[in-house]
Design a protein around this ligand. Structure first.
Ligand code: HEM
Length: 157
């Protein structure tokens, strides 16, 4: 059981660093860029900052996924994916899949090109969409994290 306890601690640490970073970007960085930069400069500036966070977030996402699947394995709890009361396991996995897709596939392969094209076409609207996307991802992450704490400590939904 020691392995499980250590995995849980690493899982929570990874989540703190990863989702905490997303909250900082959503609530501090993006509003600050909006207030201090002209529309055409916002996306390129954001991209230059976001690259640094993305390379760290990749490690935290990886650690959260590895420890999460390891805990499911130790608990022999794969059946939770078939039970609606464990919606928080679905929520955690959904958040993880969305970020994994963004950080490991879209960001390195297409996101930079897409962001540059969007910034050239409609800088104001593109930045608004980027902010909205961060709000949606952060909200989903907080619901998943809150649900996971309540659910894994016995709260029945
Ligand atoms: C592949 C993705 C993930 C898997 C398979 C996974 C799996 C798990 C498992 C099995 C547990 C322990 C449940 C129990 O003790 O009954 C857990 C706990 C937890 N997970 Fe995840 N998780 C994943 C991603 C995430 C994400 C993305 C977040 C945050 C948004 C998250 C936040 C948490 C939290 C806060 C706990 C509760 C820790 C505690 O209070 O002890 N997990 N996760």
């Amino acid at each position: 059981m020691d392995g499980f306890i250590i995995a849980r601690a690493l899982h929570v640490l990874a989540v703190i660093l990863w989702i905490g970073g997303v909250a900082f970007v959503t609530w501090v960085i993006l509003p600050n860029i909006r207030a201090s930069r002209a529309p055409a400069e916002r996306l390129p500036f954001f991209e230059s900052l976001e690259g640094r966070f993305a390379s760290q977030a990749r490690w935290w996402t990886l650690l959260a996924g590895l420890t999460g699947f390891y805990m499911l394995h130790v608990l022999d709890a794969w059946g939770r994916y078939a039970q609606a009361q464990y919606w928080w396991v679905h929520a955690m996995t959904l958040v993880w899949v969305l970020f994994t897709l963004m950080l490991f596939v879209l960001e390195p392969l297409v996101l930079h090109r897409v962001i540059r094209a969007m910034a050239a076409r409609d800088p104001e609207g593109s930045f608004r969409r980027l902010e909205r996307l961060h709000w949606v991802l952060l909200s989903l992450s907080l619901v998943a994290a809150g649900g996971a704490v309540l659910g894994s400590h016995g709260w029945a939904f």
